[in-house]
Design a protein around this ligand. Sequence first.
Ligand code: IPM
Ligand code: MG
Length: 364
Amino acid sequence: MNIAILPGDGIGPEIVAEAVKVLYALDESVALETAEVGGAAYAVRGHPLPESTLRIAKDADAILFGAVGDRRFDALPRALRPEQAILGLRRELGLFANLRPAILYPELADASSLKPEVVAGLDILIVRELTGDIYFGQPRGRRASPDGAFAGADEAFDTMRYTRPEIERIARVAFEAATKRKAAGHAGRVTSVDKANVLETFQFWRDVVTEVHADYPDVALDHLYVDNAAMQLVRAPKDFDVLVTGNMFGDILSDEAAMLTGSIGMLPSASLDAASKGLYEPSHGSAPDLAGKGVANPLATILSAAMMLRYTFGNVGAAERIEGAVRAVLARGLRTADIASKGTTSVGTKAMGDAVVAALRAAR
Ligand code: IPM
Ligand code: MG
């Protein structure tokens, strides 16, 4: 295993260090190469995604990514802001398929802001298209009106665009995931989320997803408008199995889904290319206010390492061992501050990582 380690900003370095411990505990021969990314890269190299970092990411089999974002750099031109690092990696590496599971761990049921009966047992998967849509469509920019009414620009625009191959390949990822989940006891249903009632791009999305569905007769397909999907996600989240949607709607709905579990600090993600090379990162951000305090929850990053073993390295057994170790640690009552509740034991970032490593060794 040749893995690029990109810790990034804020709590990124602290949580990634714990996931690295876990990878080493599983396989001492793992080859890791660390590089700066985000604001941390801008500070030393003048760019959030330097050539050298991009090279290391391209040469690796998989990437473990912490988080980017640092308020110190908010005033920079857009092309130099920390967020450009993750957008650049997705584009340059063709990481079009973003898998964001939202799972409620029974031990954390009271962390959700929803009633326990609404969320208990929640286990859904959001499949977000990651390299198209209004995030990347051209043209985009600002321009002055022909009559020059304002001194500077007086109009700004972005382009929402999807091509048939882009929709087909993400639809296949969703249908394949639903097929596997059905075999594991889930409903085997894909809900495609769009805005076909208003947007041409998403009427096209709906048409193409429906066509691809013909190849997957064992999986059910339904369609929801995004506003309704946002509502159903808080009304009856357990009615969903796999959701598939575009880049922009997926960004929004995946944050909403993550919060259903009450513990965004627990949720991993995978961003995959056509050959299952992947970038793995926690679903949460860089949390600058927690940085350096040793209190951040490393479990989302540790679970992202488990996803890496499953999807890029095809080592389902190792992935399940990590997931089992995380559950064992939760069952013992260990909690970082974000998931703390009455009667549990508070631990910091390092102690949580150590406990997962100890649970792994104990289970061997
Ligand atoms: C995410 C983040 C990114 C996105 C930002 C940091 C560019 O919100 O991964 O969901 O909008 O995709
Ligand atoms: Mg987001």
